[in-house]
Design a protein around this ligand. Structure first.
Ligand code: GUN
Length: 285
């Protein structure tokens, strides 16, 4: 079997068009949805992500602004910058790109973002909503994965979903979202003994570990859907995921490539969350 490739880039273009129509509607009501992106320091990967996020906002006609802060900014000054954006009526979504420098307490930063502007979905309130099943802003990467599964009409209910990686950004929220859709969910970590025992049961396998080639063809159930959230830069400069794409695509039913799989959808869902934040603001006025 050769897997169907889930072309996240192409799907993202189509999904973004739907969100653009909602942006246009908001503009007709006199609201221009606005996203503020804060980046601290010079992490090169973060710079690429942030550039792509700003670009996506422009594509759908939203306002966006980049707050480019120096590596040695104090935590107090960063919190003050967030407070100002919390009060700013032209801004509906605030995103602080992670990771932050070590002298800054990331939890304090995330808790300072107003919950109604937390379009990354990282605030404890929004994470709690995810647990309770009435999510306000789902974190963008797992939301993008869910959107890809739905777009490709891959059923979730009753399926075995195995997630490798337990990060707050991907693994944990992904588990909750798939559980909410009535999948049977297993979460594996970097310490899981005999990983293959679990991955080979998966109808849907989501991998987010940052370890190239962690998942090989022998670990995948024939016909499974394999979603690779990993992004790793190899010494030779190539960008790869956590899945041995060439091997696994001969076994899986569906597979996402890296790059061009989950990444474009993550950014699309950031646009979606910001549009929803603006719509909610309009509804509340
Ligand atoms: N760093 C890696 N992924 C993300 C993300 O989805 N949001 C933010 N803010 N930072 C990240």
């Amino acid at each position: 079997m050769t897997a169907k490739i889930i072309d996240g880039k192409e799907i993202a273009v189509k999904v973004r068009q739907q969100w653009k129509e909602r942006v246009d509607k908001l503009k007709e009501s006199g609201i221009l949805p606005g996203l503020a992106v804060i980046i601290v320091g010079d992490n090169p990967a973060s710079r690429v992500y942030v550039r792509n996020k700003i670009k996506a906002c422009h594509e759908v006609g939203m306002h966006s602004e980049l707050h480019d802060l120096p590596e040695d900014i104090s935590e107090t000054m960063l919190l003050e910058a967030i407070e100002r954006l919390n009060q700013d009526k032209t801004i509906h979504g605030i995103l602080v790109q992670l990771p932050l420098p070590e002298h800054i307490d990331v939890n304090r930063v995330l808790e300072t973002i107003a919950v109604e502007k937390d379009v990354d979905g990282f605030h404890l309130y929004n994470l709690g909503g995810l647990v309770a099943g009435n999510t306000v802003f789902p974190p963008c990467t797992p939301y993008g994965v869910q959107c890809l599964l739905e777009y490709c009409e891959i059923s979730i209910e009753g399926e075995n979903a195995v997630i490798v990686g337990r990060s707050n950004i991907v693994g944990k929220p992904m588990a909750l979202m798939l559980l909410q859709k009535s999948a049977t969910v297993t979460v594996c970590t970097s310490k899981t003994k005999d990983l293959k025992q679990f991955t080979s049961l998966a109808d849907i396998l989501v991998v987010a570990t940052g370890k190239p080639n962690l998942i090989t063809a022998d670990m995948v159930k024939p016909g499974a859907t394999v979603i690779d959230v990993g992004i790793n830069r190899l010494d030779d400069g190539r960008l790869v995921g956590d899945v041995d794409f060439e091997g696994v695509k001969e076994v899986a039913g569906y597979i996402t490539p890296v790059p061009g799989g989950v990444g474009p959808m993550t950014i699309t869902m950031l646009v979606a969350n910001t549009v929803i934040a603006a719509e909610q603001k309009l509804g509340a006025e």
